[in-house]
Design a protein around this ligand. Structure first.
Ligand code: FAD
Length: 321
C-alpha cells in the first residue's frame, strides 16, 4: 500500500461539478498528512476537457477512463476498483453526491476496505483516520475513528475550498477495458422533470422562498425578483410538498446542500432541517415578519418586514421599473 490519495471527479450532463475541485483540496490535505501523492480519476466520454479542469496546483497525476457520457454504476465500480488495485492508495475519496453514494460503497466492498460516508472533516495521523460527520440535521457533530486503512470515504460538497491555480499533473489514460457483459444498466435518455435542468447546488445566488409566500399564485413575485437579480429560485420543503415547485428546488436535509455566495431567505423560519442545507452560504440575508425567527440567528443581514412590501421594493431597485 502507498501513502497516496485517489479522488474521483464528479460530473453531470457534461459539466464538471464544483465538488470535484473540493475533492482535490480534501485529497491534498490527506496526501500531505500521509506523505503521499494526489491522484485524480475521471471517467467520461469527455475526459480531455475534464482532465484540463482538474489540473490544479497540488495534483500529481490524473488517470482517465474514456467511457460513456453518463454515469454508470458498473463502469465506475469496475474502473475505480482497477485503478485502486493498480495504485494501491491509502485513501479513495469520492463525492457524497448521488453518483458517489452509488459507487463508493461498491468500490469499498470490492477492495475490502472500510467506508465512511458524508465526511465534513478529515484528519489523518499515525495511521488513524478521524472522520467528522453531522447527525440529526446538523445538530450533533460526531467523529468516527477508523483505526486501520486503507480507507474509502465520501465527502460532503461545500465543506472544502475548491482547489485553485494551474498544475502540471501527468495525465494518462488508464489501461483498462470495461467488461461490457457485466454492465447491467444503460442510460437511454433523460426526461425533464418540472423545473428544468437546474442544479441549485451550482448557483452563486439563490432567492429562496418559504411558507411565508402563502399562495402558489404569489410565487410570481419571487420569480420576478430572481429574474431581475439574476438569481436562481429555491425553496423550503413546504413549497415542494405543496407541489408549487419541483423537488430539485428544495434546500435542506431532505433536499439539496447549497453553498452559494448569497442566500436570500424570504419567508423562511430557519428550521434546523432547512439550515442543514444552506448554512454553508457565504452571505445569508433573511426577510421575515417575525424578529424571533431562528433564521436571524444565522443571517448576516436581516430585514424584519413583510415580504409583500420588501420583495416589490427589491424588484423596483434591481429591475429599475
Ligand atoms: P415555516 O416554518 O412555516 O416558516 C414560515 C416563515 O415565514 C415564518 O418564520 C414566518 O414568520 C414567515 N412569514 C410569514 N408571512 C410572512 C410575510 N408576509 N413576510 C415575511 N415573512 C413571513 N425543511 C426544509 O426546508 N428542507 C428540508 O430538506 C427539510 N427536511 C426535513 C426532513 C425531516 C425529517 C423533517 C421532519 C422536516 C424537514 N423539513 C425540511 C421541514 C422543516 O422542519 C420545516 O417544517 C420547514 O423548513 C419550514 O419551512 P418554512 O420555513 O418555509 O415554513
Amino acid at each position: 500500500m502507498t501513502s497516496d490519495v485517489l479522488v474521483v471527479a464528479d460530473h453531470r450532463r457534461g459539466d464538471l461539478r464544483d465538488v470535484s475541485l473540493e475533492l482535490l483540496s480534501a485529497g491534498r490535505e490527506l496526501a500531505d498528512a500521509a506523505g503521499g501523492d494526489l491522484h485524480a480519476a475521471v471517467i467520461s466520454g469527455n475526459v480531455e476537457s475534464f482532465a484540463e479542469d482538474l489540473d490544479r496546483e497540488g495534483v500529481d497525476r490524473i488517470h482517465t477512463v474514456a467511457h460513456g457520457e453518463e454515469f454508470n454504476h458498473d463502469v465506475y465500480a469496475q474502473a475505480l476498483t482497477a485503478i485502486a488495485e493498480d495504485l494501491a492508495p491509502e485513501f479513495v475519496v469520492a463525492p457524497n453526491s448521488v453518483n458517489g453514494l452509488d459507487y463508493a460503497p461498491a468500490v469499498a466492498t470490492r477492495l475490502d476496505r472500510p467506508y465512511v460516508s458524508d465526511a465534513v472533516g478529515l484528519d489523518y495521523s499515525e495511521g488513524t483516520l478521524e472522520v467528522t460527520r453531522e447527525m440529526y440535521g446538523s445538530k450533533v457533530e460526531t467523529t468516527v475513528d477508523v483505526a486501520e486503512g486503507p480507507f474509502v470515504v465520501s465527502i460532503r460538497g461545500g465543506e472544502w475550498p475548491p482547489a485553485e491555480g494551474v498544475g502540471d499533473a501527468e495525465v494518462s489514460e488508464f489501461d483498462f477495458e470495461v467488461d461490457e457483459d457485466a454492465v447491467r444498466s444503460k442510460v437511454k435518455g433523460f426526461e425533464e422533470v418540472g423545473g428544468g435542468d437546474v442544479d441549485i447546488a451550482d448557483a452563486d445566488f439563490l432567492v429562496s422562498i418559504g411558507r411565508g409566500i402563502e399562495e402558489e399564485e404569489n410565487l410570481e413575485l419571487v420569480e420576478e425578483l430572481a429574474e431581475v437579480t439574476g438569481a436562481t429560485l429555491s425553496s423550503s420543503r413546504p413549497i415542494v410538498d405543496n407541489g408549487w415547485l419541483p423537488k430539485n428546488r428544495q434546500v435542506g436535509q431532505s433536499g439539496k446542500q447549497v453553498t452559494p455566495d448569497v442566500y436570500l431567505a424570504i419567508g423562511i423560519s430557519g428550521a434546523v432541517q432547512h439550515v442543514a442545507g444552506m448554512k454553508g452560504a457565504d452571505t445569508i440575508i433573511a426577510v421575515n415578519t417575525d424578529p424571533n425567527a431562528p433564521i436571524f440567528d444565522i443571517a448576516d443581514y436581516g430585514v424584519v418586514g413583510d415580504l409583500f412590501d420588501v420583495v416589490p421594493a427589491l424588484i423596483e431597485e434591481f429591475g429599475g421599473e
